[in-house]
Design a protein around this ligand. Sequence first.
Ligand code: ADP
Length: 484
Amino acid sequence: SVVQVGPPLPMAQHFAELARRVIASGRPELLLEGLPPALAQHSARALLIVPLRATQRTLGCICVYYGENVPNAPDRETVALFATQAAAAVESIELFTAVRTARDQMASVLASTREGIMLIAPDARVVIANAALHQLCGLGQQATRDTTIEQFLAAWERSTLYPPEDWAALRRGVDDVLAGRESFVTGALTEGTGPVRFVEWTALTALSSDGEVPVRRGALLVLRDITEARESERLREDLTHMIVHDLRSPLASVMASIELLLRGVSGQLNGSQHHVLSIANTSAQQMLDMISTLLDINRLEAGRMPLDLKPCALPPLIARAAEQLASLAHDRRIVVQLDLDETLPHISADGGLLVRVVQNLLGNALKFSSRGSTVLIRAYASEGDRRRAIGAAQEDSSPSPGAYRPSPGAITVSVSDQGIGIAPKDREKIFAKFGQVGERRGGTGLGLTFCKLVVEAHGGRIWVESAPGSGSTFFFTLPLQRSQ
Ligand code: ADP
């Protein structure tokens, strides 16, 4: 584009080529001969083209026509000086616009995040703080203006009731990051009394992203309101507490009373009375089991179920689970086959929980299969893992069972039935809490959730493969110990 000053001349199109040449070379040109005819007509005698050179690139050029005098050296220098200053001015404006755009973008990011963010310079000055931070601390904008992090924290501390040790931890965290002793420290301000907010804080090294090597630019303090999370954790605890004390204990005493009646403590029962009480007892037991499973699920989800990890051999655990369901299998005329590799390496696991996982899977297999069918439980490892476990010197020539598809570095357990199967769309749903699908319901929908949480707490995976109408196979893996 051309900006023209002075009497209008129809020249732009005539010297565009010349201008382009000067911009490309970055060197001024003075034309005395061969001026474009349109200029000659306007009695122009000379044309001086000077590039507008900025630090990074040439921004354009200035073209000056001389009608009477051909420019001498000082004239040319004056134009060159003007061009230099004009280029510097244009460059500053471009730079300013870029900085302003970046600042506006940064400001909108800071304004729209829910986390409170504060940038602290290496000398502990507060550089910037967003609106969420002010809101979270309940302090106005002036609390972060022309201040140091220490002054800000002192003002914040005066207006809240968090305990001194929480403040000390926050101060230490920020100091450590500012001094470069740590790059990431996190903690929380909690335990306050009265209507306070619970705040989780993170102090991390602020790095500049320009250049190849990141440079430390102080610390970033990020605050997050965890009041709601705390509240739902408290509700979860209250609910668990309620289940344990308000439901489990009375239910246990109902069962104890039924037990006494069944034993004839208050007189001999006739056949029909015995039958009715037995039904009540079975139902109460189911309720108690459901409450226990719910409690376990709650603890596993909250990561508060301590695993009693010990070196375990899996085949005996599986055999024990099958043993416990043998009478149910017998009643339903279902054959339970075990195909357990006795040379499997030991794993570090909570044996009690794993027995319950296998019981759940086997229980479902029995429940969703028809009379006379077979349920098969297998436990196997990859050939390499198996060899390593029984000793490298001891060569084993038995072929690796292809259909088992073992996962390397883990033991795989599978429970296959010939039952009703599970539709593809339901294969995720059944692992969710209370997830029951299909026509045949009546359980709790908690068994598979429990299995999934236990297997995952051991670092394994659980899934199902199924062909509706011709059975399902549930698989779960348990990682082998690292040393093996
Ligand atoms: P529950 O068996 O108490 O209902 P689970 O969590 O153990 O709860 O199972 C959830 C649902 O998954 C079951 O209700 C059933 O629809 C489906 N399911 C589980 N195992 C099988 C199986 N072996 N065959 C067919 N469906 C199954």
